[in-house]
Design a protein around this ligand. Structure first.
Ligand SMILES: *Cc1c(COP(=O)(O)O)cnc(C)c1O
Length: 385
């Protein structure tokens, strides 16, 4: 079997995709003599994002966290205002709400795609609710039509956390272009990377203008640079969220290889799905579901085991075989900060707790070879025999 040809196995969990052209692109930036942000390279990459994903506005930011903060800051939240988001997400989603002056209200996820439970979201809406942040998990979309319908009925702003959703689709539309505003991540654990980085996207002109001001320290410098005003000044609250052109240069070569990177991830995903199908038939694990109306970008490959004890045991045994596999988000409602600052002790989110306990992420990245995928599959079969 192919697995025996791999000596001293060490299969990393993640490897960022960076190729040789990165250095050429960085060199181009250095030669322009301008290495801060919003220079020619940033503009080129923003134009590329707009074109690739059919979105009207794209502003590169220093992280997805900062793009989410930009979105929350523009809502002008007042004390007591609430924003609903799943508990099963990265801390940045909730931090952005707090930094924007609001209160995160956590809801459950559905058991099929681990994205926001639409009914639970609707149940948690109050007079204080101003917005919702659905999170696209693992490259698979949240149920956007239902979310938008509920949000419109209650006049809520919809901000997609599309950190994991770059180049994935929902009913033919790219994630990060469906809600009122969205945030992408280019952190080096994501599919397309600049090291650290992100983007704020929107089809709404007024929101784009607000975002420009927030990420430019609350000034109208962007209008000034376009010659729309004759000097620039402090016009709103803001921060410093513009990505350096050097980091944009790193992202450029990956956007040029967008579909190739995704095809390689799909190869790994398909290998796991084929190799583990038998274990799913035997009900020893569950495999991820991609609904027919979604196109995944294969950001994460996870399996769902039967119990937390089993997940811990499988993780440990895989490690002994040289394979890095890892759990995911500790639910935010049970985190020390939420317990202390948000009083979430009595909040019951059963699906979130169950998924957290049983979910295990396997290595997935373009450089992962078929033989390595087979090795992981073989070891899982052995462990779960
Ligand atoms: C990675 C991630 C973020 C944060 O992205 P950064 O670019 O590192 O700030 C936010 N939300 C989700 C769901 C993520 O996966």
């Amino acid at each position: 079997m192919a697995t025996e040809t791999i000596p001293n196995v060490s299969i990393l969990f993640n490897r960022p995709y960076v190729d040789g052209r990165v250095l050429e692109n960085i060199k181009k930036v250095i030669e322009t003599g301008k290495i801060s942000g919003d220079g020619p390279m940033c503009k080129a990459v923003e134009a590329q994002i707009k074109e690739l994903f059919s979105v009207k506005h794209a502003l590169l930011t220093t992280s997805c966290t900062h793009a989410l903060e930009t979105a929350m800051m523009m809502l002008d939240l007042q004390p007591g205002d609430e924003v609903i988001t799943p508990s099963f997400t990265f801390v940045s989603t909730a931090n952005a709400i707090i930094r924007g002056g609001g209160k995160p209200v956590f809801c459950d996820i559905n058991d099929r795609t681990q994205t926001i439970d639409v009914n639970d979201f609707e149940r948690r809406i109050t007079k204080k609710t101003k917005a919702v942040i659905p999170v696209h998990y693992a490259g698979v979309s949240a149920e956007m039509d239902e979310i938008l319908e509920i949000a419109r009925a209650h006049r809520l702003v919809v901000v997609e956390d599309a950190a994991q959703g770059v180049n994935a689709k929902y009913k033919g539309r790219f994630l990060g272009t469906i809600g009122d505003a969205s945030a992408y991540s280019f952190h080096d654990t994501k599919n397309y990377v600049s090291g650290e980085g992100g983007a704020f996207t929107t089809n709404n002109d007024a929101l784009a203008r607000k975002a420009e001001i927030i990420r430019e320290k609350g000034t109208n410098r962007s209008n000034f640079l376009r010659g729309e005003v004759d000097k620039y000044t402090w016009v709103d609250h803001g921060s410093s969220y513009i990505l350096s052109d050097i980091l944009a240069a790193i992202l450029k070569s990956q956007l040029d290889d967008l579909d190739e990177i995704q095809a390689q991830r799909k190869r790994v995903h398909d290998g796991y799905m084929r190799g583990l199908a038998e274990l799913e038939r035997q009900e020893k694990l569950r495999l991820p579901v991609i609904p027919s109306y979604c196109e995944s970008n294969y950001h994460i490959f996870y399996i769902l085991l039967r119990s937390e004890e089993e997940r811990v045991r499988v993780t440990k045994q895989l490690k002994e075989f040289g394979i890095s596999a890892t759990f995911h988000y500790v639910p935010l409602h049970s985190s020390p900060y939420a317990l202390k600052a948000l009083g979430t002790r009595d909040l019951k989110l059963p699906v979130t707790d169950h998924i957290y306990s049983t979910l295990l992420r396997l290595p997935i990245y373009p450089q992962l070879r078929d033989a390595e995928v087979e090795y992981v599959v073989g070891k899982l079969r052995e462990i779960l025999k």
